[in-house]
Design a protein around this ligand. Structure first.
Ligand code: HEC
Length: 192
């Protein structure tokens, strides 16, 4: 099988394999275990965190060192660390332990990009959203073999517009400077 074909299949798999849904799978866990102390509605903002008001919750989700949740990086998400490690100084919830099933759902949700609607990156509201569900962060390689982690926005002439996870900035990258496989990935992601 040729390499581009493999990439196409990977692309399709990552498009369709969104297993965790925030509303259905994640919100109920937070509601049951966390809203008591982290809720805008209840005016409980322990540690400054609220999880029921999504515009505020969003501010804690970004790919940088201070964010509680790093999309695609459960192992680097402090939010998960305090839930998983029973001996953490600030273990959450303070007097309880989430089930391993709930922890797995939260881990998968973060792994899949920690989005609220399963479609757009939670750090940015897409104005030109792709027609299909694409992962917010994908791996691209340029012609020199350097990896670029970014979300696909659209094709624009000879450029692919990528969204950088760190600051949600959109950058136009010349298709010709990407590896052949990444050029193909961009075209596949843009296909209707
Ligand atoms: C009984 C109240 C209570 C519940 C329930 C609770 N928290 Fe907290 N949470 C706190 C308090 C108080 C702090 C601030 C701790 C501190 O700064 O020492 C905090 C802080 C945090 C922090 C920041 C930790 C840090 O190291 O600064 C996170 C993340 C967090 N909570 C997540 C959660 C999650 C997720 C849940 C549900 C699974 C949850 N909390 C349930 C009271 C609670």
């Amino acid at each position: 099988m040729s390499l581009p074909r493999t990439v196409l299949i990977l692309c399709i798999l990552s498009i369709t394999a969104s297993a965790v849904d925030f509303k259905k799978d994640i919100q109920p866990i937070l509601e049951k275990n966390c809203y008591e102390c982290h809720s805008e509605k209840k005016k409980k903002r322990k540690g400054g965190f609220v999880f029921d008001e999504l515009e505020t919750f969003k501010l804690d989700i970004a790919d940088n060192d201070v964010a509680q949740i790093r999309p695609g990086k459960p192992a680097e998400s402090h939010f998960l660390e305090v839930i998983v490690d029973p001996n953490h100084d600030r273990h959450m919830p303070p007097d309880d332990q989430l089930s391993s099933g709930d922890i797995k759902k939260l881990t998968d949700w973060i792994k899949e990009g920690a989005t609220f609607d399963g479609r757009t990156s939670s750090t940015a509201v897409a104005d030109v959203a792709p027609k299909r569900t694409l992962p917010p962060i994908m791996s691209w390689t340029n012609a020199e073999g350097k990896t670029i982690k970014a979300g696909f926005v659209r094709l624009d002439g000879a450029n692919v517009v990528l969204r950088l996870p760190a600051n949600a900035a959109e950058v136009a990258y010349p298709l010709a400077k990407l590896s052949e496989a990444s050029q193909k990935l961009a075209r596949d992601c843009a296909a209707p």
